[in-house]
Design a protein around this ligand. Sequence first.
Ligand code: SF4
Length: 252
Amino acid sequence: MSSRKRWQNIYTDENPFALPQTVANALTRCCKGPGGGSCEGVKYLWVHLPGNSEKAMPVSEAKALSPDEWLCVIDEAASVGVKSMIISVGSPLRQVPQLLQLCEWAQNTHDMIVGIHAYVALEPTDIEVLKRLDIQKTRVFADGEHVESTRFVESVGIPLHCADGLHDHEEQPHCDLPSTMACVGPEGTMYTCGLVLGQEQFSLGHIFNRPLSNIIKDATLPHTIPAGASTNTHRCNGCPPLMAKKMQEDLR
Ligand code: SF4
Protein backbone atom coordinates (compact mmCIF):
# COMPACT_ATOMS: atom_id res chain seq x y z
CA MET A 1 0.00 0.00 0.00
CA SER A 2 1.43 3.40 -0.89
CA SER A 3 1.87 5.82 1.94
CA ARG A 4 -0.83 8.11 0.58
CA LYS A 5 -3.38 5.27 0.41
CA ARG A 6 -2.36 4.24 3.88
CA TRP A 7 -2.82 7.80 5.04
CA GLN A 8 -6.31 7.97 3.56
CA ASN A 9 -7.26 4.75 5.32
CA ILE A 10 -6.30 5.95 8.73
CA TYR A 11 -6.97 9.67 8.50
CA THR A 12 -10.38 10.60 7.20
CA ASP A 13 -9.68 14.30 6.74
CA GLU A 14 -7.93 15.58 3.65
CA ASN A 15 -4.22 14.95 3.93
CA PRO A 16 -2.78 18.36 4.90
CA PHE A 17 0.77 17.19 4.25
CA ALA A 18 0.38 16.96 0.52
CA LEU A 19 0.77 20.71 0.57
CA PRO A 20 3.89 22.41 -0.72
CA GLN A 21 6.39 24.12 1.49
CA THR A 22 4.80 27.55 1.19
CA VAL A 23 1.55 26.25 2.60
CA ALA A 24 3.38 24.35 5.31
CA ASN A 25 4.95 27.64 6.32
CA ALA A 26 1.51 29.24 6.34
CA LEU A 27 0.32 26.49 8.67
CA THR A 28 3.19 27.30 10.97
CA ARG A 29 2.21 30.95 11.06
CA CYS A 30 -1.43 29.99 11.57
CA CYS A 31 -0.60 27.79 14.53
CA LYS A 32 1.46 30.50 16.11
CA GLY A 33 -1.14 33.17 15.49
CA PRO A 34 -4.33 34.09 17.34
CA GLY A 35 -6.08 30.97 18.60
CA GLY A 36 -3.06 28.81 17.93
CA GLY A 37 -1.05 29.86 20.95
CA SER A 38 -1.61 26.57 22.75
CA CYS A 39 1.01 25.00 20.45
CA GLU A 40 3.59 27.19 22.11
CA GLY A 41 6.00 25.26 24.25
CA VAL A 42 6.47 22.37 21.82
CA LYS A 43 9.97 22.92 20.52
CA TYR A 44 11.28 19.48 19.69
CA LEU A 45 10.46 16.45 17.58
CA TRP A 46 11.97 13.16 18.74
CA VAL A 47 11.97 10.52 16.03
CA HIS A 48 12.80 6.89 16.75
CA LEU A 49 13.78 4.89 13.69
CA PRO A 50 13.97 1.07 13.58
CA GLY A 51 17.41 -0.41 14.16
CA ASN A 52 19.37 -3.56 14.95
CA SER A 53 20.45 -2.53 18.44
CA GLU A 54 18.80 -4.18 21.42
CA LYS A 55 18.27 -0.64 22.70
CA ALA A 56 16.08 0.21 19.69
CA MET A 57 12.35 -0.44 20.00
CA PRO A 58 11.35 -3.71 18.26
CA VAL A 59 9.17 -3.01 15.22
CA SER A 60 7.60 -5.05 12.45
CA GLU A 61 8.74 -3.97 8.99
CA ALA A 62 5.14 -3.91 7.75
CA LYS A 63 4.08 -1.40 10.38
CA ALA A 64 7.12 0.86 10.25
CA LEU A 65 6.44 4.31 8.81
CA SER A 66 7.59 4.80 5.23
CA PRO A 67 9.97 7.66 4.38
CA ASP A 68 7.04 9.63 2.91
CA GLU A 69 5.10 9.23 6.11
CA TRP A 70 8.06 10.42 8.16
CA LEU A 71 8.21 13.51 5.96
CA CYS A 72 4.56 14.10 6.85
CA VAL A 73 5.44 13.81 10.53
CA ILE A 74 8.19 16.41 10.12
CA ASP A 75 5.82 18.71 8.22
CA GLU A 76 3.24 18.49 10.96
CA ALA A 77 5.81 19.10 13.67
CA ALA A 78 6.98 22.19 11.78
CA SER A 79 3.37 23.33 11.54
CA VAL A 80 3.15 23.55 15.35
CA GLY A 81 6.41 25.48 15.60
CA VAL A 82 9.04 22.76 16.11
CA LYS A 83 12.51 24.00 15.10
CA SER A 84 14.68 21.12 16.32
CA MET A 85 14.54 17.40 15.67
CA ILE A 86 16.49 14.53 17.16
CA ILE A 87 16.54 11.22 15.34
CA SER A 88 17.53 8.27 17.50
CA VAL A 89 18.91 5.35 15.51
CA GLY A 90 19.93 1.85 16.57
CA SER A 91 22.24 1.08 13.65
CA PRO A 92 25.27 2.65 11.98
CA LEU A 93 24.07 5.52 9.79
CA ARG A 94 24.83 3.82 6.47
CA GLN A 95 22.35 1.10 7.47
CA VAL A 96 19.50 3.57 7.98
CA PRO A 97 18.37 4.32 4.42
CA GLN A 98 15.69 6.90 5.28
CA LEU A 99 17.96 8.94 7.56
CA LEU A 100 19.47 11.20 4.92
CA GLN A 101 16.12 12.04 3.34
CA LEU A 102 14.51 12.91 6.67
CA CYS A 103 17.42 15.07 7.80
CA GLU A 104 17.64 16.90 4.49
CA TRP A 105 13.90 17.56 4.51
CA ALA A 106 13.95 18.96 8.04
CA GLN A 107 16.99 21.14 7.35
CA ASN A 108 16.20 22.37 3.87
CA THR A 109 12.40 22.63 3.96
CA HIS A 110 11.85 23.66 7.55
CA ASP A 111 15.22 25.12 8.54
CA MET A 112 15.43 22.76 11.52
CA ILE A 113 18.50 21.95 13.57
CA VAL A 114 18.90 18.17 13.37
CA GLY A 115 20.53 16.04 16.05
CA ILE A 116 21.45 12.47 15.23
CA HIS A 117 21.57 10.25 18.30
CA ALA A 118 23.02 6.75 17.94
CA TYR A 119 22.53 3.98 20.47
CA VAL A 120 25.35 2.10 18.75
CA ALA A 121 28.92 2.97 17.86
CA LEU A 122 29.04 4.87 14.59
CA GLU A 123 31.53 3.71 11.98
CA PRO A 124 34.06 5.95 10.21
CA THR A 125 32.28 5.25 6.90
CA ASP A 126 29.21 6.97 8.36
CA ILE A 127 31.00 10.22 7.68
CA GLU A 128 29.82 9.89 4.05
CA VAL A 129 26.22 10.26 5.24
CA LEU A 130 27.00 13.17 7.52
CA LYS A 131 28.97 15.04 4.85
CA ARG A 132 25.84 15.24 2.72
CA LEU A 133 23.96 17.16 5.40
CA ASP A 134 24.02 20.87 6.18
CA ILE A 135 26.89 20.84 8.65
CA GLN A 136 25.76 24.11 10.23
CA LYS A 137 22.43 22.51 11.16
CA THR A 138 23.74 19.10 12.24
CA ARG A 139 24.75 17.76 15.66
CA VAL A 140 25.73 14.23 16.67
CA PHE A 141 24.94 12.73 20.08
CA ALA A 142 26.72 9.54 21.14
CA ASP A 143 26.07 7.42 24.22
CA GLY A 144 28.88 7.86 26.76
CA GLU A 145 30.67 4.62 25.93
CA HIS A 146 30.84 5.60 22.25
CA VAL A 147 31.87 9.24 22.49
CA GLU A 148 35.61 8.76 21.94
CA SER A 149 35.15 6.41 18.97
CA THR A 150 32.74 8.94 17.41
CA ARG A 151 35.17 11.89 17.48
CA PHE A 152 35.75 11.45 13.73
CA VAL A 153 32.53 13.45 13.08
CA GLU A 154 34.33 16.55 14.35
CA SER A 155 36.75 16.31 11.43
CA VAL A 156 34.03 17.65 9.13
CA GLY A 157 32.99 20.35 11.59
CA ILE A 158 30.00 18.61 13.17
CA PRO A 159 29.73 19.19 16.93
CA LEU A 160 29.70 15.99 19.02
CA HIS A 161 27.97 15.77 22.40
CA CYS A 162 27.50 13.05 24.99
CA ALA A 163 23.91 11.76 24.83
CA ASP A 164 23.75 10.40 28.34
CA GLY A 165 20.72 11.38 30.36
CA LEU A 166 20.19 9.64 33.68
CA HIS A 167 22.90 7.26 34.82
CA ASP A 168 21.84 3.76 35.79
CA HIS A 169 22.24 4.44 39.52
CA GLU A 170 20.25 7.69 39.42
CA GLU A 171 16.64 7.66 40.50
CA GLN A 172 14.43 8.99 37.74
CA PRO A 173 12.61 12.07 39.04
CA HIS A 174 9.20 13.42 38.04
CA CYS A 175 9.64 15.09 34.66
CA ASP A 176 7.62 17.82 32.93
CA LEU A 177 9.88 18.04 29.89
CA PRO A 178 7.59 15.92 27.66
CA SER A 179 5.33 18.95 27.28
CA THR A 180 8.09 20.50 25.16
CA MET A 181 8.26 17.70 22.59
CA ALA A 182 6.48 15.35 20.23
CA CYS A 183 7.99 11.88 20.54
CA VAL A 184 7.18 9.42 17.74
CA GLY A 185 8.03 5.72 17.69
CA PRO A 186 9.02 3.73 14.60
CA GLU A 187 5.42 2.72 13.82
CA GLY A 188 4.05 6.26 14.18
CA THR A 189 2.68 5.88 17.69
CA MET A 190 3.40 8.86 19.88
CA TYR A 191 4.62 8.35 23.42
CA THR A 192 5.05 10.75 26.31
CA CYS A 193 8.80 10.58 25.74
CA GLY A 194 11.56 8.18 24.71
CA LEU A 195 12.02 6.88 28.24
CA VAL A 196 8.68 5.09 28.02
CA LEU A 197 8.73 4.20 24.34
CA GLY A 198 6.51 1.17 23.73
CA GLN A 199 4.75 1.36 27.10
CA GLU A 200 1.01 1.31 26.50
CA GLN A 201 0.14 3.52 29.47
CA PHE A 202 2.23 6.31 27.95
CA SER A 203 0.87 5.97 24.43
CA LEU A 204 -0.68 9.15 23.00
CA GLY A 205 -2.10 7.35 19.96
CA HIS A 206 -1.00 7.20 16.34
CA ILE A 207 0.20 10.52 14.99
CA PHE A 208 -1.97 10.14 11.88
CA ASN A 209 -5.18 9.55 13.81
CA ARG A 210 -5.50 13.15 14.97
CA PRO A 211 -3.86 16.49 14.25
CA LEU A 212 -0.70 16.82 16.33
CA SER A 213 -1.94 20.04 17.94
CA ASN A 214 -4.99 18.13 19.27
CA ILE A 215 -2.80 15.44 20.78
CA ILE A 216 -0.60 18.04 22.43
CA LYS A 217 -3.61 19.89 23.85
CA ASP A 218 -5.45 16.77 25.08
CA ALA A 219 -5.19 17.04 28.86
CA THR A 220 -6.50 13.49 29.30
CA LEU A 221 -3.26 12.12 27.81
CA PRO A 222 -0.10 11.64 29.90
CA HIS A 223 2.18 14.60 29.22
CA THR A 224 4.45 14.13 32.23
CA ILE A 225 6.53 11.25 33.55
CA PRO A 226 6.03 10.32 37.19
CA ALA A 227 9.07 9.52 39.31
CA GLY A 228 10.29 5.96 38.94
CA ALA A 229 8.21 5.25 35.80
CA SER A 230 11.02 3.35 34.12
CA THR A 231 14.09 1.40 35.13
CA ASN A 232 15.46 1.11 31.59
CA THR A 233 19.18 1.42 31.12
CA HIS A 234 20.47 4.27 28.97
CA ARG A 235 17.54 6.19 30.35
CA CYS A 236 16.76 9.56 28.84
CA ASN A 237 19.72 9.32 26.43
CA GLY A 238 19.14 11.59 23.43
CA CYS A 239 16.16 13.37 25.01
CA PRO A 240 15.85 16.62 22.97
CA PRO A 241 15.37 19.17 25.78
CA LEU A 242 18.19 17.51 27.74
CA MET A 243 20.43 17.59 24.68
CA ALA A 244 19.62 21.26 24.12
CA LYS A 245 20.80 21.94 27.68
CA LYS A 246 23.98 19.95 27.09
CA MET A 247 24.74 21.94 23.96
CA GLN A 248 24.39 25.18 25.89
CA GLU A 249 26.67 23.85 28.64
CA ASP A 250 29.27 22.67 26.10
CA LEU A 251 29.35 26.15 24.58
CA ARG A 252 30.26 27.80 27.89
S1 SF4 B 1 13.49 11.16 28.36
FE1 SF4 B 1 13.84 11.58 30.57
S2 SF4 B 1 14.42 13.76 30.69
FE2 SF4 B 1 13.45 13.38 28.68
S3 SF4 B 1 11.31 13.87 28.97
FE3 SF4 B 1 11.52 11.68 29.34
S4 SF4 B 1 11.84 11.47 31.57
FE4 SF4 B 1 12.20 13.61 31.02
